[in-house]
Design a protein around this ligand. Structure first.
Ligand code: ATP
Length: 432
């Protein structure tokens, strides 16, 4: 086996896309007589500033020999939009089996622990190009690059990913004819809705039901016509095939870490979080939610170690109502990337809801609110003269329930797990 990792072949303006380069490379490998076992689409740390969009890196697993694989991959680097100084493609070619060393024969070459660790850290943390180059050399891997070769970070992370992670989903990507790139996409929204409905929940995040927005159709000038995501490879392929659209030039199935929350690190305290990384942390709501300019909703969550401001930004739409429904004292688990000290909410779980509040008592005779009778002297009704020793407890109406709430599909990060996938520690309130 041979693993080819590649990354950073796209540019924001000129619209290339690393998945397309990988799909073309895989097709070329097959033309050259190689077998392609899988195409892997790995989303790396979403906080990385160099990313063009979704911080994707790609790997192709094949039986082609490593020398020939490198030759073909090098040819494909020519496709990269290297005129853009921010596009810095990299390729890493690893001989051997990409998966669990325990599952392959003793004499096979395997992905070393250090490379699997590198992949895990690439999803949750940061690397330098020098680290990637040194580790690839130590592992005996061939590399190639253009520009400053930053893409070798993602390429090496893609090489180690199959060993590093065990939760995988699928995306069937359909590509446009080249002459249409950059023009408006012709995809029949009604056929998307029908196909998506029929395949839900094996297939998710195809369409945002409430707004009707076809999430599967990108708006960027890239070669992708649509990408259908889900847990079942046959189901994502079937939905892609059922969509009426302009001609499809090429279609490829990717195994991906999309929808897996692989980026989230669980931490025990709020002060353990750092900027540029994504976390799952539990605390109490310490400030009332506040809607600020632009419609963004902010609410602070804290524990003994400190507090963090959490934001449900305007694009998260109806999720903001869930954040607004929180009250001081609620116990929650929040998930999202910390950026400039603010946790950008992707989902949260209500663990315990405040169900009562302490309020000034009402007069039992006239029903009007009593007034303070002076410091430490309780309350008194000015009209009737009735008294009460202190505040009283009153039930509060809540329109949240315990369990997990999430942003709608239209605002979902590629790597974030949709609740409909299951496996959460509590009830879920999935968005569709
Ligand atoms: P596309 O989704 O179209 O592939 P992109 O959003 O993936 O675009 P890239 O053009 O691949 O963006 O740019 C991301 C760059 O950041 C790559 O050079 C990659 O090697 C690098 N990178 C990825 N993860 C990390 C990390 N954890 N630390 C440092 N650099 C990283």
């Amino acid at each position: 086996m041979t693993v080819i990792g590649l990354d950073d072949t796209d540019s924001r303006e000129r619209g290339m896309c690393t998945t397309y380069v990988a799909a073309r490379l895989a097709a070329r490998i097959e033309d050259a007589g190689g077998r392609v076992e899988r195409r892997l689409l790995v989303r790396l740390n979403p906080g990385v500033e160099h990313k063009t969009r979704g911080n994707a890196a790609l790997a192709v697993h094949t039986d082609l020999d490593p020398e020939r694989a490198l030759e073909l991959a090098r040819d494909h680097l020519d496709l990269a939009e290297t005129a853009d100084p921010r596009t810095n493609p990299g390729v890493v070619v690893a001989p051997g089996d990409p998966g669990d060393p325990a599952a392959v024969p003793d004499n096979s070459t395997v992905i070393p622990d250090a490379v699997a660790d590198f992949s895990r850290a690439a999803v949750r943390d940061y690397h330098t190009v020098d680290d990637a180059v040194a580790l690839a050399a130590a592992a005996g891997y061939e590399t190639a690059h253009a520009g400053n070769g930053r893409g070798r970070i993602g390429a090496l992370a893609a090489v180690g990913a199959w060993r590093a992670f065990d939760d995988w989903t699928y995306e069937c990507i359909s590509y446009r004819e080249r002459e249409r790139w950059g023009s408006e996409r012709d995809v029949d929204a009604e056929s998307v809705r029908r196909a998506a409905d029929a395949a839900y929940p094996a297939v998710w995040d195809t369409i945002d039901c409430e707004s009707g927005y076809p999430v599967c159709v990108p708006r960027t000038p890239c070669p992708i016509l649509h990408g259908i995501r889900g847990d079942d490879p046959d189901a994502v392929r079937a939905v892609a095939a059922d969509i009426d659209s302009e001609p499809v030039a090429r279609r490829a199935l990717f195994v991906t870490n999309q929808g897996t929350d692989a980026h989230l690190q669980s931490v025990d305290s709020v002060d353990a979080m750092q900027n540029g990384r994504a976390y799952r942390v539990t605390g109490d709501v310490v400030t009332a939610p506040e809607t600020r300019e632009g419609g963004h909703v902010f609410v602070s969550v804290g524990d003994d170690s400190g507090t963090v401001e959490c934001a449900a930004f305007e694009p998260t739409k109806r999720f903001r109502d869930r954040a607004r429904a929180l009250r001081v004292g609620d116990r929650v688990t929040v998930c999202g990337e910390v950026s400039d000290g603010t946790l950008k909410l992707e989902k949260f779980a209500v663990r315990e809801l405040v169900t009562t509040e302490r309020v000034t008592p009402d007069c039992p005779d006239c029903g009007r609110s009593m007034s303070s009778a002076g410091a430490g002297q309780g309350y008194r009704c000015r009209d009737c003269g009735t008294t009460a020793p202190g505040k009283v407890e009153r039930p509060v109406e809540r329109d949240l329930e315990p369990g997990w709430y999430e942003v709608p599909p239209v605002a979902r990060r590629h790597i974030a797990t949709p609740l409909v996938r299951g496996g959460f520690d509590g009830d879920t309130h999935p968005e569709r």
